[in-house]
Write a protein that binds this ligand. Structure first.
Ligand SMILES: Cc1cc2nc3c(=O)[nH]c(=O)nc-3n(C[C@H](O)[C@H](O)[C@H](O)COP(=O)(O)OP(=O)(O)OC[C@H]3O[C@@H](n4cnc5c(N)ncnc54)[C@H](O)[C@@H]3O)c2cc1C
Length: 487
């Protein structure tokens, strides 16, 4: 860290005086003074009096319910431009004893990267400006800074090679920072495991403001940051990742059907055992039948990505999962990068810029997750279906495990859902039906989660730290405080 020269100090004091006029809280002033002493430019600091404060705060708030006026706001948002700025933030926050939230892509389900309800006052360290990506095809690796999105990473890899990829999130707007440190799964997980399984080095700022790489941090901390969850072990600056091989031709399909419980039951028994080049997930939603006025139907979309051509895929499906009835005309041959367009609901010939857009979500939601280790009986699936129809905009995503996920030992990283896990459920409810029925939707998803207890992993019941669910950890007092503010 640079020590400050007298002239810079005088300029800093003058700047501080001008900032002081625009700030009111002593905490803000002391913090800004500390940051100035570390040569931090004023343009990277936003206090609530700054006209851009709200837009910077919500710009990466993927769950807008946590940006509502009743929710506590940070004293200050700091958007570092360099690693040394991050060091300064850690040193100043520690020195002043102020709680710091770290934000990369802002996709935390519970807004944990930009809201603190218990630890107040707090500041937000927003890493969006640290987004460089350096891909080395010859050495099969890349360095990616945490403020990049996975879509930006995918695009940068694809610009250099059509036979290299990386096994991270399906959703392209997810931030590399929080995502990888919580595990990170996507369409390549059955072939290559999680994003965290493919990290070979990292740079992190520790509690004393030191920058450490893998050798300097040691193997224990390097183990913890690959699945243990964001915001717990220091501020990650960048990941060195291993690129993986993808074929030039990848085949995708989406087969949407009205509810067929027997087919769902069959999927449970085959999806985790399929050829590891094949990933078939299910999106289960409720649609309104357009030919009648009010009838609501459950649809199940079987979305597949196969690392290979359509002919081979059809053979694999005929042998392993003929009940889906997949034919060659249901298949689209494309590239790995374009298969991501398909699974995100875009035509494969759309612009790849769709993968790098950083649009903020406009709807609020509550999500929960479960891991399934034994097939759920049909009778319980029927009840699940009934419950789905009780909510306005529910989604359940069924994500298959097996393949490489079963080969990596459960102690290898802090992500233990490996051998024996057949699939993961992601339950989702929209909280945005006019803002009036938030409590109703929360109660619906909690009741569904409770209903599923006998059918999912137990002792302990598994959870995915990247699908943060404060119902699991929050005590009763915190919960009443949180629900008063949020729900
Ligand atoms: C629409 C949507 C789609 C998703 N799709 C997938 C998917 O396909 N696969 C999947 O595995 N997950 C998925 N997720 C979950 C996602 O992986 C997690 O929410 C992840 O934590 C997001 O990382 P982020 O950087 O965007 O989030 P943030 O909100 O910025 O951070 C999440 C957590 O990590 C901490 N953190 C962030 N950056 C750092 C850092 N640099 N150093 C230390 N801690 C940090 C934060 O403080 C917070 O606790 C999805 C989430 C959403 C909202």
């Amino acid at each position: 860290m640079n020590s400050i020269s007298p002239s810079i100090y005088i300029i800093s004091v003058l700047l501080l005086l001008s900032v002081s006029q625009a700030t009111s809280s002593p905490i803000q002033q002391t913090l800004i003074q500390c940051l100035f002493q570390h040569s931090i430019p004023l343009s990277t600091i936003y206090t609530p009096k700054n006209s851009s404060f709200s837009s910077v705060l919500v710009s990466r708030a993927q769950n807008p319910i946590f940006a509502e006026p009743a929710v506590p706001k940070p004293e200050l948002i700091f958007t570092p431009l360099s690693e040394s700025h991050v060091q300064a933030a850690v040193i100043c926050a520690k020195q002043l004893g102020i709680h710091m939230r770290v934000r990369s892509g802002g996709h935390d389900f519970e807004g944990a990267s930009y809201v603190s309800i218990i630890e107040i006052p707090f500041i937000v360290l927003d890493l969006t400006n640290l987004r460089s990506i350096s891909v080395n095809i010859n050495e099969n690796n890349a360095w990616v800074q945490v403020g990049a999105t996975v879509g930006e990473l995918y695009n940068r890899i694809a610009e250099k090679s059509n036979v290299h990829g990386f096994p991270a999130s399906i959703c392209p707007t997810v931030g590399v920072g929080g995502h990888i440190t919580g595990g990170g799964y996507g369409i390549l997980m059955r072939k290559y495991g999680l994003a965290a399984d493919n990290v070979i080095d990292a740079r992190i700022v520790d509690v004393n403001g030191r920058v450490l790489d893998r050798a300097a941090m040691g193997e224990d901390l390097f183990w913890a940051i690959r699945g243990g969850g964001g915001g717990s072990f220091g501020v990650i600056l960048a990941w060195k990742i291993k690129l993986v091989a993808v074929p030039e031709t990848v085949t995708v399909f989406t087969s949407t059907k009205t509810l067929d419980t027997k087919l769902l039951y069959r999927w449970q028994n085959v999806a985790y055992k399929l050829d590891e080049n094949l990933f078939i997930r299910i999106l289960m939603q409720v649609m309104t039948n357009t030919s009648t006025t009010s009838e609501r139907l459950i649809t199940t979309s079987y979305q597949g990505v196969f690392l290979g051509g359509a002919d081979r895929l059809v053979q694999v499906m005929q042998k392993s999962f003929p009940e889906l009835g997949l034919t060659k005309k249901d298949c689209i041959e494309t590239s790995w990068i374009r298969s991501l367009l398909h699974i995100n609901g875009f035509p494969v010939n759309s612009s790849l810029e769709l993968l790098t857009q950083r649009n903020t979500s406009s709807f609020s939601f509550k999500g929960k997750a479960d891991f399934v280790r034994e097939p759920i009986p049909e009778i319980a699936l029927e009840e699940l279906n009934k419950r789905l129809l009780e909510d306005d905009m529910p989604i359940i995503v069924w994500t298959p495990y097996g393949g490489m996920m079963s080969k990596i030992p459960e102690y290898e990283t802090p992500f233990p859902q490996r051998e024996g896990t057949m699939f993961k459920f992601h339950y989702f409810t929209s909280l945005d039906t006019g803002g009036k029925n938030v409590a109703k939707h929360m109660s619906w998803i909690r009741s569904l989660y409770s209903y599923m207890t006998p059918y999912v992993s137990k002792f302990p019941r598994g959870a995915y730290v990247n699908y943060r669910d404060l119902d699991l950890g929050i005590n009763k007092m915190d919960m009443s405080k949180a629900s008063h503010l949020l729900y």
